[in-house]
Design a protein. Sequence first.
Length: 183
Amino acid sequence: TQLAQRGIEVAWLTLHVGAGTFQPVRTQRLSEHRMHAERFVIPPATIAAIARAKARGGKVVAVGTTSLRALEAAAQHGELQAGPAETDIFITPGYEFRVVERLITNFHLPKSTLLMLVSAFAGLDTMRRAYRHAIAERYRFFSYGDAMLLTRKPSELPPGQLSRQDDLPDRLPTDTSPRPPSQ
């Protein structure tokens, strides 16, 4: 593949996405929101590939927010652990990421746990700008829409500082239908 020709390894994990991933946050206090648990399996070969990437100064790129959650959950106790596990981790601004440096994801729903995760990952200001741009340019949202590559930023807030949803984008365009191809 083109990635392999450029020295980029691809590693796999298995995860069973839970319904909670797609549920909106219905509490005003984020600390009261509970995620449904998701099961995942990270093979030893994936742990080894991540270690090789980090040892040579490479970046770990997660494809999808649930992959990111699985990798970060597997490293919650310090060292990245292979094997089957389950997580109900709720990543909000202030979270300190341990594994992933880049994230490929789509544009998420307002007031969703995934919007909070990407805001924690890339920064609140970055996500506000990205969503303003996406809305202005009529990007497609949700799971089959346009994607973005995000770079991890240092946490802008101490853990738990964002206690309410008020600072996150809360509106999407009313028309999210596919746009015609560019001419």
